[in-house]
Design a binder for this molecule. Structure first.
Ligand code: RB5
Length: 292
């Protein structure tokens, strides 16, 4: 499920424009916007409406709203500036790992979309162009997982590697949700494989990464969940081919077998590589048929 929330200050210029631009490109996604200091019910700025209309988009029904916890639920939150990103993270710590500036999500973390309010239509045009460019870069960067979350789970043996990998992925602008465990206290890997596997199967997240001592218990367990194709791989090429040939949606790693650098490489190659389709499609369909 692609659910995207754009956030700016007043929710009358940048974020409604960004939402309209993305919604037109991704009609299947749920896209909306909010402000950190909005006058509730204010219409979009006139110049924003004009620039939207030039692009075949309509903002005349837009009404400003303030950001609240429900709006963030299950969504990737893309803010216009780093200051907005920091403020959303501060106010809503429960959304950890899902809040990025649009620049950071596009792989340009130093990029802010500055406020065009009170300036002419020319500035709004530049704003709309910049948003469009950053969304295009984000799409290239995130590949098949564009606008979707990845979920990470581990048992006690995988916990230290999961913690490192989660931080590394978020540093790369990958929206990632943590499904536990949250310490090295002994626990059972099938519980976490089930949580992440179900989240993949219900499309709450686009992909999963599961880590135990060897990755074996996680892969056996995750593959019991209908709709999950979990691949046990301990290096980058295998991770990439699991996507290209098998359309795998869960990557399993063994914390006792590989270190953080290799885990990060495998994860990023897995998360960014689309399925090749073609001759592989019929084979993946036969895997689905085995599920009964
Ligand atoms: C836990 O000691 C270990 O058995 C588990 O992490 C995993 O390797 C199972 O496959």
């Amino acid at each position: 499920m692609k659910r995207v929330l754009f956030v700016c200050s007043g929710n009358t210029c940048r974020s409604p424009l960004a939402a309209a631009i993305l919604q037109a490109e991704e009609p299947g996604a749920e896209v909306y916007s909010a402000g950190l200091a909005a006058y509730e019910g204010s219409p979009a700025a006139e110049a924003a409406k004009v620039v939207a209309r030039e692009r075949g988009l309509e903002l005349s029904d837009h009404r400003a709203q303030n950001l609240r916890a429900e709006l963030l639920q299950g969504a990737i939150c893309l803010t216009m500036t780093r200051a907005h990103q920091d403020e959303v993270r501060r106010r809503f710590p429960e959304a950890e790992g899902r809040v990025f500036s649009l620049g950071a999500y596009a792989g340009e973390p130093g990029e802010d979309i500055e406020d065009p309010v009170g300036q002419g239509a020319g500035r709004y045009r530049e704003t709309a162009d910049r948003i469009t460019t950053l969304l295009r870069r984000a799409k290239e960067r995130h590949g098949w997982l564009y606008l979707q979350l990845v979920g990470l789970g581990s048992d006690h043996a995988g916990f230290p590697l999961k913690r490192e990998l989660l931080a590394a992925l978020r540093q790369e602008g990958v929206p990632a949700r943590d499904y536990g465990t949250d310490s090295t206290a002994s626990c059972d890997y099938p519980d976490f494989a089930q949580a992440v596997g179900n989240a993949v199967a219900t499309t709450e997240i686009g992909a999963g990464i599961l880590i135990c001592g060897t990755g074996i218990g996680m892969s056996i367990s995750a593959n019991k969940v209908q709709g999950v194709r979990a691949a046990l791989v301990q290096e980058g090429l295998g991770a990439e081919l699991a996507r290209r040939h098998n359309d795998a949606n869960v990557l399993c790693l063994g914390a006792r077998l590989i270190g953080p650098e290799l885990a990060k490489e495998a994860a990023l190659r897995f998360l960014r590589q689309p399925f090749d389709g073609g001759r592989h499609t019929a084979r993946v369909d036969k895997i689905r048929a085995l599920e009964g």
